[in-house]
Write a protein of this length. Structure first.
Length: 181
C-alpha cells in the first residue's frame, strides 16, 4: 500500500496540474502533443493527393528533428547514468529559463516547436479532431513505465525514462498512410 501511494505521489509530482498545462506544460507533455498532432496532420492531409507530398515532407522534417532530439537526450542520459538533463529540460519547458548544460537541447526544442507551430498546430487548430481518450490511455501506459523504473535502481530509472522518451517519437509515415487505406 505504501509503495502504491508513493508511486502515485511521484506521478502527481511528475505531471503538471491540468490548469497549468496550457501555459507551463512539461517536456513529455509537449513531446506527446507533438507526436499525436503530427500523426493526425499526416492522416488528414494524405487523404488529399494534392497535399500528400507536402504533408510527408513536413512530417519527415519534424520526425527527423524529433528523433535527433530524443536519441541525443537518451544517449546523454545513459552516458551520465542520470535523468538530470531531462529534469532541467522539464523545468525549462515550464519556466523558459535555460541553464548552460541544456542550451543545445533548448535550441533543438525551439526548432521543433517552430516547425510544429507553423506547419502543424496553426493550420489544424481550425478542425482539430484528436481523440483525447486514446491520448490519455497512452499517457497512463507511459507513466506506468516510468513508475516501474522509479522503484528500481538508478540505471533502471534512467532506462525507463529513455523508454518513455522513445515512445514520443513519430511513427513511420508508411505505417500511418497504410492505416488510412
Amino acid at each position: 500500500m505504501k509503495k502504491s501511494l508513493g508511486l502515485f505521489c511521484l506521478l502527481l509530482l511528475w505531471c503538471p496540474p491540468l490548469e497549468a498545462q496550457n501555459n507551463h506544460e512539461g517536456l513529455l507533455n509537449k513531446l506527446i502533443e507533438t507526436k499525436y498532432s503530427t500523426e493526425l496532420y499526416l492522416i488528414t492531409h494524405c487523404n488529399n493527393q494534392n497535399q500528400k507530398d507536402s504533408a510527408l515532407a513536413t512530417y519527415n522534417t519534424l520526425r527527423w528533428k524529433l528523433d535527433g532530439f530524443v536519441y541525443q537526450l537518451s544517449a546523454d542520459m545513459i552516458a551520465n547514468n542520470s535523468p538530470r538533463i531531462l529534469k532541467l529540460l522539464n523545468n525549462w519547458c515550464r519556466s523558459k529559463k535555460s541553464k548552460p548544460p541544456i542550451d543545445v537541447y533548448v535550441q533543438q526544442m525551439i526548432e521543433i516547436e517552430k516547425i510544429y507551430n507553423n506547419s502543424i498546430w496553426a493550420p489544424s487548430e481550425k478542425n482539430k479532431t484528436l481523440n483525447l481518450t486514446t491520448n490519455v490511455f497512452y499517457l497512463l501506459k507511459d507513466s506506468w513505465t516510468i513508475l516501474n523504473g522509479l522503484s528500481d535502481i538508478k540505471t533502471q530509472r534512467t532506462m525507463a525514462l529513455v523508454n518513455l522518451l522513445d515512445q514520443t517519437r513519430l511513427s513511420d509515415p508508411l505505417i500511418i498512410i497504410k492505416q488510412i487505406k
